[in-house]
Design a protein around this ligand. Structure first.
Ligand SMILES: Cc1cc2nc3c(=O)[nH]c(=O)nc-3n(C[C@H](O)[C@H](O)[C@H](O)COP(=O)(O)OP(=O)(O)OC[C@H]3O[C@@H](n4cnc5c(N)ncnc54)[C@H](O)[C@@H]3O)c2cc1C
Length: 410
């Protein structure tokens, strides 16, 4: 199988504005362009959170790893992330059950819950200083699920042992100061600084022998029964036992699918205001369309996002930034009137969605030895962790009990 032409992935302007995580400039991780041919066990295209977690997984099983990125480490979508680490999927359990059946929906929720636990463990094992904090989340009623449906959602989750329960108005007020008749409270979720997380993962991977080459663009793929050869824009070849395409929202042209859609999303961060934050500092999000979600940072800022629009044209997306940030501020002020909603940072970026909210991870049909990670939606980072586990097992020739949930449709 060969792929000619000068672009293997769709090129996009992935984000605009300054995410709060880059307030001191881009994170620095050592990398150099690839200048000579290379042979390696696993080649990874993309140096965002997906590539970093896949590289970590490959190194843990003793594979030699080379990573190639056309921009550089942590320069794609990842630093735009608001980085809520949730097991709750974009599709509530009751809705996902209707879409894909109970057994599969339960497995998807559980796999997501264990992925958040896995991320927490990995951050601790590697001693990464990335602002990780384990916390709770509150899921508020909206036009997607009203308060009665939220109570049902909480029961459905609790019945399969997930760490969610329904709370009434008093407990919600005590935890968040928000006036609503009830919400779903979940524990065992987290938040992180995504740029620091991925920079830490890369530094660790480099210290364990990984090679990180950037700016190096992959423009050709030739995959066969015994190996894959990637060609770069500089005419250098990487021969690998397996190739993993962790290219984020710059989709692999070989992997076009009607199930995936790239849209635009908006976020902002306030100035530090630790005295005005809600008591529990938990994650907060709404069962609403368009949704609003918020979290805090260790220095007491509020990071808030939402207002997705169904297109990825960067001109149109960027022109809407002031209007969308104004809409986010209005919603935030209504929810938590004591906060100062003035944005100190505002940004917009590409975002993905699928019909089920689940990502596509695994072997690329028709391209032997090639895997893709399309860690879509509001749980993109959690899904990147699942991808690292599923692809690690596939490269080792081991089955993964949940691989079918995320596999490419054949
Ligand atoms: C505003 C916003 C808020 C979000 N909030 C959350 C959240 O709260 N929680 C959550 O879990 N997720 C969230 N996400 C989603 C999450 O951030 C993404 O799923 C994740 O960052 C994607 O990481 P990635 O490594 O797959 O992609 P990227 O970070 O974009 O990395 C892909 C890399 O591939 C490289 N590349 C592409 N093509 C080639 C090529 N041909 N050759 C070489 N290199 C190539 C690119 O240069 C890029 O650096 C959010 C996203 C946004 C934009």
């Amino acid at each position: 199988m060969g792929e000619a032409g000068d672009q293997v992935t769709t090129r996009r302007d992935l984000r605009t504005g300054t995410p709060v995580w880059l307030r001191n400039g881009n994170v620095r991780v050592a990398s150099t362009p690839l200048v000579e041919d290379l042979a390696v066990e696993v080649a990874i295209v993309g140096a965002g959170v997906s590539g970093a977690l896949v590289a970590d997984a490959m190194l843990r099983c003793g594979k030699s790893v080379a990573v190639l990125d056309r921009r550089g480490p942590v320069l794609g979508s990842t630093p735009a992330s608001t980085a809520l680490l949730q097991f709750e999927l974009d599709q509530p359990l009751v809705h996902l059950t209707r879409k894909i059946g109970r057994e599969r929906a339960v497995r998807a929720y559980w796999r997501s819950a264990t992925a958040v636990d896995f991320l927490r463990g990995r951050i601790a094992d590697l001693g990464l200083r990335c602002g990780f904090r384990e916390t709770e989340s509150v899921y508020l009623p909206g036009d997607v699920l009203g308060v009665k449906e939220l109570a049902r959602e909480a029961r459905a989750r609790a019945s399969i042992g997930l760490r969610s329960r329904f709370i009434g108005a008093d407990e919600l007020r005590a935890s968040t100061g928000i006036e609503r008749p009830g919400a779903v409270l979940s524990s065992g979720v987290g938040q992180v600084d995504p740029a620091a997380l991925v920079a830490g993962l890369w530094r660790s991977a480099l210290s364990r022998g990984a090679r990180l080459h950037a700016p190096t663009e992959v423009v050709g793929i030739d995959s066969g029964r015994r190996h894959v050869t990637l060609t770069t824009a500089d005419g250098v070849a990487v021969r690998a036992g397996h190739a993993v395409f962790a290219t984020g929202y710059e989709l692999l042209k070989l992997a076009r699918s009607r199930r995936h859609e790239v849209v635009s999303t908006y976020a902002m961060a306030t100035a530090p205001q630790p005295q005005r934050l809600w008591p529990s500092r938990c994650l907060i999000w709404e069962a609403a369309e368009p949704y609003l979600y918020l979290r805090t940072t260790p220095d007491g800022r509020v990071v808030v996002g939402g207002e997705d629009v169904p297109f990825s044209d960067e001109g149109e997306r960027d022109a809407l930034l002031p209007t969308k940030i104004a809409a986010i501020r209005r919603k935030l002020a209504k929810l938590l009137p004591d906060l100062d909603t003035t944005p100190e940072f505002a940004w917009a970026g590409c975002f993905g969605q699928t019909t089920t909210g689940l990502p596509t991870i695994g072997a690329l049909p028709g391209a032997p030895r090639c895997f893709t990670v399309l860690g879509y939606g509001g749980n993109g980072i959690t899904f990147s962790a699942i991808a690292a586990q599923v692809i690690q097992r596939a490269v080792l020739g081991l089955p993964d009990p949940d691989a079918d949930l995320f596999a490419w449709a054949r």
